[in-house]
Every structure is written in C-alpha cells, then in structure tokens.
Design a protein around this ligand. Structure first.
Ligand code: PLP
Length: 424
C-alpha cells in the first residue's frame, strides 16, 4: 500500500520495512542480495565472469551438468548461454527482489522488448488468444500485431481500466492476459488483482510489464500475476548505459520459460549483468529522489495555464489515484502532461512548432526515448496510432522523465520551455 500521496506526504519507510519479507526492508534487500558467493578474497562486489566455454573434468560430469541445465536446475551451466556465476547471481537477485517472498525464478534477456517477446512466445501458441491493454508499450503492440499474429495468435486490445470486466473478453482460447500498469504514455492504473483473478479462473496466464514501478514500488506477485517482465534497462540499471530485460516467473511456470530461453539462445554477458547488479545497490535511494522530484514538477505543471491535466497516478486528481494508493508503494519519475490546444501557436504547423520549442534547447531535459536513468528527458507522446479500444481524444501529450537533478532547476527549465512554446 502506498504511503505517499500527491498531497505532499513524504516516504514512510517504517511501514515498508515492517511489510518486507524476512524482516528486511527493500533498502536492505537490494544491497544484500547476490553477495553470497565463494571467493578466496571476499570482495564487496562479485567478479565478472566472461565465458562462452565451460570446462569439465570428466564426461560424466559434463553429461550430468547437461541434464541439469536442460532441466533448469539453479546454477547449472554447460555453456555461456546457460549462465555464469555473474549472471546466475543476477538471476537469483531478480527472483528474490521481484518475488518478495514468492517462489520465483528469473531468466535474462538482452533487452526489455526481448523479454516481452520471449514471455509471449513461451506461453502463446498457434490458435491461442491474447488480451493486451490498449495502453501497452508500443513495440509490444507491434510484436503482437506482427510476429504473434503471423504465428496464428490473435490479440484483442482492451480498455486498461476494464478491471474485473475483462471476464467478458475471455474466450476458451485465451491463454495470456497481458498487463502494464500504469500504461505507457497515458498512465492508467490497472486493477491488477481483479484481472489476474479472472485470468486464473479461466486457466490463462497473467503477465505484467512492471517497468514503471522499479524494484521498489510494486509487488506484482502479491497482486497475483504469474510472470513479471522487467525492462532492467530502466530503473534497475539507472544509469542509461546498459540494455537488459528479464522475465520473473512463478516456479511452476519456470520449465516452460526456461525451455523457450534455451531454444532461442537468449542470454546476456557478464559485464552487463554486473552493471545491473551495481545499479540495484542504489535503486532504493534513487527512487525516493525520482518520486519526490517527480511530484514537485507534476504539481507545478498542474498549476500552469498551458497544461490541461497532468497524468501522474500519485496526484489526488488522477482518476486511478485510489487504485494506485491501494497497490503501489510509491511513484517513479515518469509521467505525462496534456497541453491545452489554445496554448499552442496558431496555424497549421503551430502545434509542431510549439512542441519543438518546448522540447528543444532545454538545459536539463534532453529529447530521448528512454527513461529510468539519472537524467531528465522529454518527448512528445504521439499515441494516435497506438490506441484502438480507447482512442485518444485529448490535446498534445508530452512525456517527461524526472531525473536526479535539482527539481527547482528542472522547473525553471520547463518554465523556459513553456514560454518558448507560447511564442514559437
Ligand atoms: C514500458 C516499457 N516496457 C518495455 C520497454 C523496453 O525496454 P528495452 O528498452 O530494454 O527494450 C520500454 C522501453 O522504453 C518501456 O517503456
């Protein structure tokens, strides 16, 4: 349950500490996981293993390890694609941090998008039906409409606010119920427990893209999801320098997931795994800053005459604020705001000129399609072609990622941008 709301209450660490499994708060958990290893010199960080070849002393040992690797036994590896001590440590850490007391296993992929694709390919087969929220990350929609459709898997896009009403969309062939909460660009919070309960009753698998909440602010397995998809590129890395994804699955689903990972050869290198483990150590403290600064900037934007509304679930005026408060432990630094059309310059190309003036030449906010790093970013969110079940009828939308800079300077930067927009 969230202890921060848009009215300005700060983080309440005590409540979160008390709720953490095994008596550990998330702040302690992320610094401590994946440090149990054998070494003659016990360094604070794990060594980086770079490996394709794994060597054996006997054929019997090689055969036994091969069988264990195929079966997905923890830490078994005949070859670099099945993992090394560095990647295994990250897999264990992800399962523990994301699983938060639930028995889970994690597989690593080279990007968040490849994690989405692998999870869907592993569980949806020809003739199956998939349900996806209309607010889903654009490339996930394209994957469903492209490769999945080509394989004979049909996808229906649903209103992300459908809640238990998803029952009406379930078919005998529905195999996967996909979720992303809050949604990309428009930040609808989904009633994940209600949707997962329906999926389970119908024998379907639920999977969520849990990028927004970071490792700190959500417990998707408490909500009832079967798989959590993690774009580690974002807050887990936190430094805009590493691409990686993961799928964390309940134990029972691990064999199917691991089978897909082994068949596709998806894997990551030790150096990148090390970078994610390093990012993990500081994620809790980074997230508190993203959260606090994000709320400051969001509230400032709310009061601006150029802004019609701010789409940030931690603001009390957000339509899903109560749901966010019920399910999340906090908010990250990513949100959108909708501009009033009348605040943009007149003329056919006025809106585009206005958006360019707002986004270009800022001191701190750079134009970039990612988020979750230390830096602030801004992009117009052109979602017209990305919505089918719930078409977007609002004004121009701008997405910002609030980084770790001083929020007063970020506000001054946006102030200059909105001024430039009006006179463009
Ligand atoms: C919500 C969401 N999911 C998944 C991804 C994909 O992650 P990656 O960039 O690592 O492929 C992104 C990337 O922007 C995203 O915003």
């Amino acid at each position: 349950m969230s202890t921060v709301d848009g009215s300005g209450a700060g983080a309440a660490g005590d409540a979160r500490r008390a709720e953490a499994p095994g008596g550990r708060s998330i702040a302690s958990l992320v610094t401590e996981v994946a440090r149990r290893f054998d070494a003659r010199i016990a360094t604070a960080n794990l060594p980086v293993y770079r490996a394709s070849t794994v060597l054996f002393d006997s054929l019997a040992q090689a055969d036994a390890t091969g069988r264990a690797t195929m079966a997905g036994v923890r830490h078994a590896s005949t070859y670099g694609t099945a993992g090394t001590p560095t990647t295994h440590a990250l897999m264990d850490a992800l399962a523990e941090v994301e699983g938060r007391g639930h028995a889970c296993r994690a597989a690593l992929m080279p990007s968040g998008l490849s994690a989405i694709a692998t999870a869907l390919l592993a569980f949806a087969k020809t003739g199956d039906h998939v349900l996806m929220p209309d607010s889903v990350y654009g490339p996930a929609r394209q994957f469903a409409q492209g490769m999945l459709a080509g394989l004979g898997v049909h996808t229906t896009f649903y209103d992300p606010r459908i809640g238990a009403g998803i029952e009406a969309l379930m078919r005998p062939q529905t195999r996967v119920v996909y979720l992303e909460s809050p949604g990309s660009y428009t930040f609808e919070v989904q009633d994940v427990p209600a949707i997962c309960a329906v999926a389970r009753r119908h024998g379907a698998i639920s999977m969520i893209d849990n990028a927004w909440a970071s490792p700190v602010f959500a417990r998707p397995f408490d909500w009832g999801v079967d798989l959590s998809i993690l774009p580690l590129t974002k807050y887990w890395s936190g430094h805009a320098d590493t691409l990686m994804g993961a799928v964390v699955a309940r134990e029972a689903l691990w064999p199917t997931l691991w089978n897909a990972v082994r068949q596709t050869g998806l894997c990551v290198g030790g150096d990148d795994a090390f970078m994610i483990l390093r990012g993990l150590r500081t994620v809790e403290v980074r997230m508190r800053r993203h959260e606090a600064s994000g709320l400051k900037v969001a509230r400032w934007l709310e009061a601006r005459p150029e802004v019609a509304r701010v789409l940030h679930p931690a603001l009390p005026g957000h339509p899903d604020h109560a749901l966010w408060k019920r399910d999340f432990d906090g908010a990250c630094g990513l949100f959108s705001f909708e501009l009033r059309r009348e605040a943009l310059p007149a003329g056919e190309d006025g809106p585009e000129r206005g958006l360019a003036a707002l986004c270009e030449g800022r001191r701190f906010f750079r134009i970039g399609y990612s988020w979750g790093g230390f830096e602030s970013l801004i992009v117009p969110a052109r979602i017209g072609s990305l919505r089918t079940a719930t078409p977007w009828s609002g004004g121009p939308l701008v997405r910002v990622h609030i980084g770790l800079e001083d929020p007063a300077e970020l506000i001054a930067d946006l102030d200059a941008g909105l001024g430039a927009m009006r006179t463009a």
